[in-house]
Design a protein around this ligand. Structure first.
Ligand code: GRF
Length: 195
């Protein structure tokens, strides 16, 4: 790790599908970042396998009330410069949003503030977008505060919705966008907000 690199912890619940594009950006030095640890609340998350393959420390959170306590303890121990939510579906405890004010990033598969909030994740988002009749959707990377999907927007880009799009096809289009958007957002965040 270069002394100018910023350290981060990545939180995942599911596939960890944004991790490869972040790792590519790190490898090609587009972003000067070291992932210190990947934390998942889900013991069967595919992200844990990605961590193992890439020799990244991985931690699993317990279920129930202990989850947030363990998360807070781990973050305090690792003390990263920032935190990345890459498909983490649990709410971040207020103690962490305060300790890491303007230092937690989340990616969301819609044009926030539209289609955000509790329950709006995965295909639920794309179903709601298609049902609304909107002609564009997109992805957003934003800072995390106490309210779901509410913090300051760092970057947002759009995709066109075609007549024959389904929630599944829209999800694929948005994901293609996310692969470019997340590394770009991390770069902007490091150079402007984290400085
Ligand atoms: C991302 O695509 C993002 O839109 C949302 O969760 C997705 C990642 O989840 N926050 P997964 O890693 O594919 O399970």
């Amino acid at each position: 790790m270069n002394k100018n690199d910023k350290s981060c912890v990545v939180l995942c619940s599911g596939r960890g599908s944004n991790i490869p594009s972040i790792l590519d950006a790190i490898d090609s030095k587009k972003i000067r970042v070291k992932i210190e640890c990947l934390i998942s609340n889900n013991p069967t998350s595919r992200s844990l396998k990605l961590a193992e393959e890439n020799k990244i420390r991985a931690e699993i959170l317990p279920a129930g009330k202990e989850r947030d306590l363990k998360l807070i303890t781990l973050i305090k121990e690792i003390n990263p410069d920032f935190i990345v939510l890459a498909g983490y579906i649990k709410k971040i405890p207020a103690e962490l949003t305060q300790l890491y004010k303007n230092k937690i990033l989340n990616i969301h598969p819609s044009l926030l503030p539209k289609y955000g909030g509790k329950g709006m994740y995965g295909l639920n988002v794309h179903k709601a977008v298609i049902e609304s009749g909107d002609k564009i959707s997109g992805a957003t990377v934003h800072l995390v505060n106490e309210v779901y999907d509410d913090g300051e927007i760092i970057i947002q880009e759009t995709v066109a919705i075609e007549e024959n799009d389904t929630p599944e096809s829209l999800s694929s289009k948005v994901f293609e966008l996310e692969k470019k958007l997340f590394p770009k957002a991390i770069e902007i965040f490091i150079n402007t907000i984290l400085k």
